[in-house]
Design a protein around this ligand. Structure first.
Ligand SMILES: [Fe+2]
Length: 393
């Protein structure tokens, strides 16, 4: 197995033929069209799908919208605090994502959708890793239904058509668009691909599509395809969720941050122990409620650090974070390469002797510098770069 091809788990739903690539017929004798849905052509992780109709029946195509990721005007390098709590976004889980931070490897956006889309969506440009900060619902795809709830990471490998079906509660989604394949870290797996005993989660925690709903409908069905930072509208002649069965390793999946088992040491353990996902050019870590380091003299707050060749982003999924002051639920901080950072004044002393933390946060560390979007500037807390001034520790 090559690096980057670590898999979730083999899965199948519905009816599939005894062997691949043999005639598989409906009761009326017609063939079920077979389709390979796979990363890296024919050599990456893939699934084989059996449709009611050809997946190629396009009625029309047109350019729909350019997706502009505009950086802020050049400014001073500084630590950032973006308050996203009150960020107003439009109703669509796809079209109304507000760009915040980005580079060529990964792009972060935020959306608070209030309505379901009347189209289907396929990202042909990147894998999507969506942290569900609030809300619940079902991610629909031709591979079945994947229920999600607050605290879930929903992983949608590129190329998988889908639609977000939202529950009644308000939703808040942090979206990572990844140029590389989003996977579980290689160091968590044995040479056969199974998650190791010492990994902070296991296959049981990975949720797969559950219920396959085969839609047998003809008409006009809009699909928006993202490619080259542009959305193209493709109108299909039949409902695209017409799969009667599939099997393989390529499907959307979910993992709850609440199923991440944090590691604790006698003294402070560095952020890589919180790693949850790996992409190309970035990692994602989960900071979860846990007891603190257990040596009587341990300093649970992190030491100052210079994150050389790494930009650090934190999304605060609740209002508590042991080393930070002044953040709130929904805050995002960016500590860029070039400037050391550490706990805010008082936080280190306060942490000594404390027994536990209830913090919940998603960290994205990128290995190449991030740009800040024009929209993100409007959310910036201007006092943050100077927030380390104050009482000496
Ligand atoms: Fe840091």
């Amino acid at each position: 197995m090559e690096a980057g091809e670590e898999l979730p788990i083999y899965h199948h739903l519905g009816s599939i033929p005894r062997k691949r690539h043999v005639a598989f017929r409906r009761e009326d004798g017609a063939l079920y069209p077979e389709e390979l849905l796979g990363n890296k052509g024919f050599v990456g992780p893939s699934s084989l799908l059996y449709h009611l109709r050809q997946p190629t029946t396009v009625k029309s195509v047109r350019s729909f919208r350019d997706l502009r990721w505009e950086p802020e005007p050049e400014g001073a390098l500084r630590h950032r605090h973006l308050r996203t709590l009150q960020l107003a976004t439009g109703p669509s889980p796809i079209l109304d994502r507000v760009p915040l931070l980005f580079n060529a490897d990964v792009a972060l956006s935020l959306v608070r959708p209030t309505a379901e889309d009347d189209f289907f969506y396929r990202n042909a440009q990147g894998d999507e890793l969506v942290y569900v900060s609030e809300g619940e619902g079902v991610l629909e795809s031709p591979l079945g239904e994947l229920p999600f709830r607050a605290g879930d990471y929903v992983v949608i490998p590129r190329g998988i058509l889908h639609r977000w079906r939202l529950g009644a509660r308000p939703s808040r989604l942090l979206v990572l668009d990844s140029a590389g394949y989003v996977r579980t870290p290689k160091r968590y797996r044995n040479e056969h691909g199974q998650l190791l005993e010492g990994a902070p989660y296991s296959e049981r925690d990975i949720r797969r599509p559950e219920r396959l709903v085969t839609r047998d409908e003809t008409g006009e069905f809009r699909v928006l395809v993202k490619s080259g930072n542009r959305l193209t509208e493709v109108v299909m002649a039949h409902h695209p969720f017409d799969v009667v069965g599939w099997d393989g390793y390529y499907y959307p999946w979910a993992f709850s941050i609440h199923d991440f088992e944090p590691k604790v040491g006698r003294v402070h353990l560095p952020p890589p122990v919180h790693q949850t996902f790996e992409g190309d050019g970035f990692v994602v870590c989960s900071f979860c409620p846990r007891p603190y380091d257990f040596d009587a003299e341990a300093v649970p707050a992190p030491y100052n650090h210079q994150n050389v060749m790494s930009d650090e982003v934190l999304y605060y999924a609740n209002a508590e974070f042991m080393s930070r002051k002044g953040i709130e639920y929904g805050s995002i901080t960016l500590h860029p390469d070039g400037l050391p950072h550490g706990p805010q004044p008082g936080r280190t002393e306060e942490s000594i002797g404390a027994k536990e933390t209830n913090e919940l946060a998603v960290m994205v560390d990128t290995f190449r510098p991030l740009r800040v979007s024009r929209q993100a500037l409007t959310l910036e807390d201007p006092g943050y770069p100077l927030s380390w001034l104050g009482e000496s520790e």
